[in-house]
Design a binder for this molecule. Structure first.
Ligand code: ATP
Length: 576
């Protein structure tokens, strides 16, 4: 084996992956897997490799894996949604590898770092989140797991939403109201530097929220349609109010407070939608309707999300979709056309009832990681209508023709979506070179650690603020040049103490794997609200079914999920 293809030894990463991607360091770990920074050995591209352990362990996990892949490939065209580049099977047929574009940090790490996010960065982050959520909602899909650690950032402070394992179609559940509220919690957390409503229990968190937001009207409370819930809320309203502004520092700009008030509203009908929030003065510096696309069709998964299939069915369906990609048919997501009168910058499906997208090209990598080998049509078992996966069931130690590997989608659906074609800060075309990048900073030993910075344009636009660049340079020995391309940003930041550090030992991740796996549940009864779920390391604690059940509820992040709120309000106190 040539030196070029010598695999870095990371026990959790199988050889056929290491041969294609040189694993550099562990970036983070969530409830479902570990994410590493890696380099595509063939293209030199920096990527993030996420290994989902036991991706089809039970129906819930299989459904989650299926949703995540299907929805990521559907929405990954958007500049503020992380792009899925590749999906590769594990040899054991249990795990799965997702290859993403690489991002430098996540918002959780950035907020924890302290004062690095300046006013303009917070505005820019919110603007991009509103854009991403507007796009998802326009396709009638909700993310349901918004929290700072799922908001990825790069050194230009570009935001990409990740982790679509809990995302669902609004046709299937009524949770449309919750996401803008959660965006309010994220804004509050950026403004405060920590969670706005850090409850010790679900009820305690709701109490904190209720004490800070304007009192709902009697009609708003009745709309809960739960006698018990209404009485709980009414009792909460008797407690002393702590106005939002008292939770925040005096320095918080009035327009930030106004936006927060617009998002943190009890009645969803009176709450700002993501689309309306884009019109808010807080993000006016960035607002440009032409660059805020919407879908003019509803995205529906190719299997009914209301009916849980068996583990085997999910796995086979997913492999089948991947095979479709390989054979150049594209993965199909069903769509339901909306009525007339969609926005002019809407994305239109190429066909009325089916949109074919694929994070993978028709080409399949060969043993040298060379994607020249042509995909072979797969045999299908005619009785079951399921592919038999001849030639693909066992990836060889090298990237074999049968391996389920797919390459990046070549073109975004619309030029408006190409993040490299326009500078969101100046609204001017920026070509293929990013504006001046800035050094990273690092949340030391935080599993979700990462970094963020502003960019040249960003600092130019706010002359009164100290730029993130300047702040970050305090930790550097040499001044940093401006106007360099993004790639040099990465190089220049290698010795910055704030940059994500290499894990001391890549092999030490083994314990993480088993610890994570042990926390995944299979067919436990629905969870009760317990403190365990609300610990600071909620990523870990809320693993498997409990997490799927709890949705985005996380007190560490001050977010709450409507389903669970409903459950809570309908349950008696002894169930909490
Ligand atoms: N594309 C990426 N680039 C860089 N870092 C990433 C990327 N994707 C994920 N990460 C890092 O890995 C962490 C975990 O990723 P992710 O949320 O996808 O995993 P998960 O197991 O689904 O987590 P969760 O417990 O939130 O469900 C993120 O918080 C982030 O720090």
């Amino acid at each position: 084996m040539s030196k070029k293809y010598e695999a870095t030894h990371v026990p959790e990463v199988e050889e056929h992956i290491s041969l294609k991607y040189e694993i550099k360091k562990r970036l983070g770990k969530g409830a479902y897997g570990i994410v590493w920074k890696a380099v595509d050995r063939q293209t030199g591209e920096i990527v993030a490799v996420k290994k989902i352990f036991d991706a089809f362990r039970n129906r819930t996990d299989a459904q989650r894996t299926f949703r995540e892949i299907m929805l990521l490939q559907e929405f990954g065209d958007h500049p503020n949604i992380v792009k899925l580049l590749n999906v590769i099977r594990a040899q054991n047929d249990k795990d799965i590898y997702l290859i993403f574009e690489y991002m430098d940090t996540d918002l959780h790490a950035v907020i924890k770092k302290g004062t690095l996010l300046k006013d303009i960065h917070k505005r820019y982050v919110m603007y991009q989140l509103f854009k991403a959520i507007k796009y998802l909602h326009s396709g009638n899909v909700i993310h349901r797991d918004q929290k700072p650690s799922n908001v990825l950032l790069d050194t230009d402070c570009v935001v990409k939403l990740c982790d679509f394992g809990l995302a669902r179609s609004l046709n299937q559940i009524q949770e449309d109201w919750i996401e803008p509220f959660i965006l309010g919690c994220i804004l509050g957390e950026m403004l405060l530097g920590k969670a706005l409503f850090p409850g010790t229990s679900t009820i305690n968190q709701i109490e904190k929220i209720m004490s800070a937001i304007p009192h709902p009207s009697p009609t708003d409370i009745l709309a809960i349609k739960s006698e018990y819930g209404s009485s709980v809320i009414q009792r909460m309203l008797l407690k002393p109010q702590v106005p939002l502004e008292d939770l925040l520092q005096l320095s918080v700009p009035p327009d930030a407070l106004d936006l927060l008030r617009g998002l943190l509203v009890f009645n969803p009908d009176k709450r700002l939608t993501a689309e309306q929030a884009l019109e808010h003065p807080y993000v006016a510096k960035f607002h440009n309707p032409a660059k805020e696309p919407a879908l003019n069709y509803d995205v529906v998964l190719p299997v009914d999300d209301d009916v849980q299939l068996s583990v085997v069915q999910y796995r086979n369906k997913l492999y089948e979709m991947m095979l479709e990609c390989r054979t150049n048919q594209g993965m199909a997501t069903l769509v339901q056309p909306k009525g007339e009168g969609s926005a002019s910058n809407s994305h239109k499906p190429s066909r009325k009832d089916r949109v074919e997208k694929c994070p993978v090209a028709a080409n399949v990598s060969d043993g040298d990681g060379d994607p020249e080998g042509q995909a072979k049509p797969e045999k299908t078992d005619e009785k079951t209508q399921e592919p038999s996966y001849v030639g693909v069931s066992k990836p060889a130690p090298v990237i074999a023709p049968g391996q389920l590997a797919v390459e990046r989608m070549s073109q975004p659906l619309s030029p408006a979506l190409g993040k490299l074609t326009y500078n969101p800060i100046t609204h001017a075309p920026s070509g293929f070179v990013r504006p001046a990048g800035l050094p990273h900073y690092y949340q030391s030993r935080n599993p979700t650690g990462s970094n963020c910075s502003g960019n040249g344009s960003l600092t130019e636009s706010v002359s009164t603020n100290t730029s993130m660049d300047q702040i970050l340079q305090r930790g550097r020995s040499a001044p940093m040049a401006h106007s360099r391309p993004f790639s040099s940003t990465l190089t220049l930041t290698q010795n910055n103490p704030l940059v994500r550090k290499e894990e001391p030992s890549l092999s030490s991740g083994l314990q993480v794997t088993s610890a994570r796996l042990n926390q995944r549940s299979n067919s436990r009864p629905p969870p009760r609200f317990s403190k365990k779920v609300f610990q600071n390391n909620s990523n870990v604690a809320a693993a498997g079914d409990p997490r799927a059940k709890l949705g985005s509820y996380s007190q560490a992040y001050g977010t709450i999920n409507k389903t669970e709120l409903d459950n809570l309000l309908q349950n008696r106190p002894h169930n909490q």
